[in-house]
Design a protein around this ligand. Structure first.
Ligand SMILES: NC(=O)c1ccc[n+]([C@@H]2O[C@H](COP(=O)([O-])OP(=O)(O)OC[C@H]3O[C@@H](n4cnc5c(N)ncnc54)[C@H](O)[C@@H]3O)[C@@H](O)[C@H]2O)c1
Length: 327
């Protein structure tokens, strides 16, 4: 069992704490939080065996702690992660890994110099539906990728420390990194709107990879909650609708066939519409998968696939997009 301290008990931290409590792979020793109302909430909700405490620093030198699970606002995660690894603790870091590439590089270096496992919670890499689609893609069922369109829309929750791109598109950039085996986009453009303050509450990111396009729409100002991805290949296309209860993944046997003619350079295009397949995919909790995968990495002593290298590549794309953003 991995003996852990969690830092931060906000909206997402409360979810993480529930999974840590329920999993037999973790010995959840303590929860650190600084806001009095959240401390009181944690005391009400967590088992008595979890000590609720204000100062995470008090656990840095504690030999009974193996790892830190960090779920604070993004601007605060860097300092905690750096200190934890320097003190010999493994780190489960909420996404995005950091606010800048410079910080992501420093975290990566700290992980390698201390030999600690650094796992960034790019949760979609541990999602059973994306895993299914990736398997189809790897098996050649979809053909070559043409485009990847993602819509992540909702009314809030508005974050103060990062914009919608850093909060939402980070997941999709990580998925693109996974599907493309770590390719970086050749070109990108980004547009954002800030109708309510300093941060973009709506962003459109368009990227050209060497052989496919990607478009990521991330919004906190939508009347509807939408979580939809279209993965279009030359053979088949897939729609992943995370809001659907029972039909999250639909595989469309459709595309465009090129019919060669006798004459050179003379050919025709034929649209093809075939069956729509809805596979049964067993439910798995992505957050629990991500946490338990981290635990496994620590036990086996190998870096996470959403670890220092992958998370740095994702940060590089996000930072390029931030710099290119026209708001
Ligand atoms: N993986 C996912 O799908 C997913 C989903 C939502 C949020 N997140 C990430 O989780 C993190 C937390 O999000 P949230 O919505 O819970 O934010 P939040 O603002 O609701 O909560 C953050 C909490 O951390 C506490 N905190 C900050 N600094 C602290 C410190 N030094 N010591 C102790 N506590 C401290 C704050 O008091 C606050 O209660 C963010 O990084 C966010 O990007 C990930």
């Amino acid at each position: 069992m991995l003996r852990v301290v969690q830092v931060g008990y906000g909206y997402w931290g409360a979810n993480i704490a529930r999974k840590l409590t329920a999993s037999s792979r973790f010995d959840f020793k303590a929860l650190c939080e600084i806001l009095p109302d959240r401390i009181a909430k944690a005391r009400r909700e967590l088992p008595e065996s979890v000590r609720v405490w204000e100062h995470y620093e008090d656990y840095l030198e504690n030999p009974e702690i193996d790892a830190f699970v960090i779920a604070t606002q993004t601007e605060n995660t860097y300092e905690i992660g750096m200190k934890a690894m320097a003190a010999g603790k493994h780190v489960f870091m909420e996404k995005p890994l950091a606010t800048t590439v410079e910080r992501a590089l420093a975290l990566r270096e700290r992980a390698f110099s201390t030999g600690m496992i650094l796992h960034c919670d790019h949760i979609m890499l541990y999602n059973p539906y994306y895993r299914y689609i990736k398997k189809l893609y790897d098996a050649g069922e979809l053909g070559d990728l043409i485009y990847f369109d993602v819509e992540k829309l909702n009314l809030g929750p508005i974050r103060m420390d990062v914009n919608a791109l850093m909060d939402l598109a980070v997941h999709d950039v990580a998925v693109l990194d996974w599907f493309s085996d770590g390719q970086m986009p050749e070109q990108l453009s980004a547009f954002g709107a800030k109708p309510f303050g300093q941060q973009e509450t709506l962003t459109y990111l368009t990227m050209k990879y060497s052989s496919f396009l990607a478009q990521l729409k991330s919004s906190w100002v939508s009347p509807l909650k939408v979580r939809q991805t279209v993965v279009a290949g030359t053979r088949k296309m897939v729609i992943f609708d995370d809001m659907s209860l029972n039909e999250k993944v639909r595989i469309y046997d459709c595309g465009i066939d090129v019919i060669p003619a006798k004459e050179y350079m003379d050919y025709a295009f034929l649209t093809r519409r075939g069956d729509i397949h809805i596979p049964y995919i067993e439910f798995e909790d992505s957050l629990q998968n991500s946490l338990e995968y981290f635990e496994n990495c620590v036990q086996k002593g190998r870096q996470s696939r959403s670890g220092p290298d992958e998370a740095l590549r994702v940060m590089k794309v996000l930072e390029r997009a931030q710099k290119a953003m026209v708001s």
